[in-house]
Design a protein around this ligand. Structure first.
Ligand SMILES: [Zn+2]
Length: 404
């Protein structure tokens, strides 16, 4: 005899007693417990399994096996009868999301003539797949309005146990995958009707708010990401806090956030441009000074210099400016403002390559900075995490170039 599924008739039963039919050890060290009846829902139809307890033994997972329901537990019940209790908070959350899926599917069919081709109930949000290529923001808003109106109308979910012959009396959105002698149908009257073995709320009002968070293109259609009930409340609270925080930082009301962001972005672009010009001028002057002061060996100047408190762009700018001077090699290092990152740019005047190879010089310096990077004989750059290694790194690079 197959396990009697007590949740079929009533999803709200939280506790039950049952007879142990079999208890078999598993290779994992756990046990597979089969009872004559259960309220534990097994993982199926996109809905995760219930958890809970059999007496004091935790139920870790619940699976379907040839029509029976198998409770996975870490130890074996000692008595022939057990008292079971499901984690009601987890189950009711699943009931809200799963029931919401039925309503959302009905709304999608009504607004965009789409069929539900897949459902997944995740830990944070759930997804349904639809057999359409694209959806607009306007259609998403209409779907949400229709779905939530069904919630506000508090329409009862109806459960029908029907024979194969009686199926044609129902407006099924999805035909059963195979032939059954008897089938369980879930109906939201005049809205959605399909074969389903899952757990549902009594009436749509208990689903709470249904909110579509986003959509994306998928193979053979699109996927909607949504949350219902408690999850929708948590989602709203999180987003409200984020919006409030941003609005306070920008000193604007929430409705003006986008405009305030645009203003900031424009300002940042203007400042970046100004900074690039200033950096160029500064590097030009610094390059003149460094070139004037640098000693010359056999007609060649190898200039090493470290910039503190800079972004990589300044290091590159100075190295490139110095490399415009004839018979000059620039080995420039920079340390980030937070003093945790280093950046090296080695550049040589084109007339000096390939005799002076910047890539080889860089490879000699990088180990002192725990860094990586590379480039050409004329220009090479890299970065590392050890500012204290810069002097030794630059000395090593110089040695490679001068052979001393
Ligand atoms: Zn269902």
């Amino acid at each position: 005899m197959l396990t009697a599924r007590l949740y079929y008739a009533n999803s709200y039963v939280k506790e039950f007693s049952a007879r142990v039919v079999s208890a078999a050890p598993l290779p994992t060290g756990n046990y597979a417990i089969i009872l004559d009846r259960t309220v534990f829902y097994p993982e199926s139809g996109g809905q995760p399994a219930d958890t809970g307890f059999l007496d004091t033994i935790p139920v870790l997972d619940v699976q379907e096996q040839s029509g029976d329901i198998v409770h996975i537990t870490p130890s074996c019940p000692q008595q022939q009868t057990v008292s079971g209790r499901i984690n009601w908070q987890r189950r009711f959350d699943h009931m809200q999301q799963h029931s919401g899926e039925h309503v959302l599917t009905g709304a999608c069919r009504q607004i965009v003539k789409a069929s539900n081709t897949g459902f997944h109930l995740g830990q944070v949000s759930s997804q349904i797949d639809l057999d359409i290529d694209v959806i607009t923001d306007g259609q998403l808003a209409e779907i949400e309005l229709v779905a939530n109106t069904m919630v506000f109308n508090n329409v009862p979910f109806r459960i029908h146990m029907v024979t194969a012959e009686e199926l044609s009396n129902f407006p099924l959105r999805k035909q059963p995958a195979k032939h059954y002698d008897s089938l369980r149908l879930i109906e939201v009257p005049d809205f959605d009707c399909c074969p389903c073995g899952g757990t549902h709320v009594n009436a749509t009002g208990e689903i709470g708010l249904i909110k579509i968070r986003s959509w994306e293109r998928k193979k053979n259609g699109i996927r909607l990401d949504f949350v219902c009930g408690h999850r929708a409340l948590t989602d709203y609270q999180g987003k409200n806090e984020a919006v409030k925080d941003l609005a306070a930082r920008l000193s604007v009301p929430p409705a003006e956030l986008a405009a305030a962001y645009e203003k900031q972005a424009d300002r940042l672009a203007a400042v970046s441009k100004e900074l690039a010009t200033a950096r160029q001028e500064l590097c030009c002057r610094l390059a003149q000074d460094l070139y004037a002061q640098a000693p010359e060996t056999a007609g060649i100047k190898i200039i090493t210099h470290t910039l503190a408190n800079v972004l990589p762009a300044a290091v590159g700018e100075l190295a490139r400016q110095l490399a415009t001077y004839e018979y000059t090699v620039a080995l420039i290092a920079g340390v980030s403002p937070d003093n945790t990152k280093t950046h090296l740019v080695f550049a040589a005047n084109p007339a000096l390559t390939p005799a002076f190879n910047m890539n080889t010089a860089l490879k000699a310096a990088l180990p002192f900075l725990d860094g990586k990077g590379g480039g050409s004989p004329q220009l090479a750059q890299g970065g590392g995490a050890k500012p204290s290694g810069i002097p030794a790194g630059l000395t090593a690079a110089q040695k490679v170039l001068t052979g001393k």
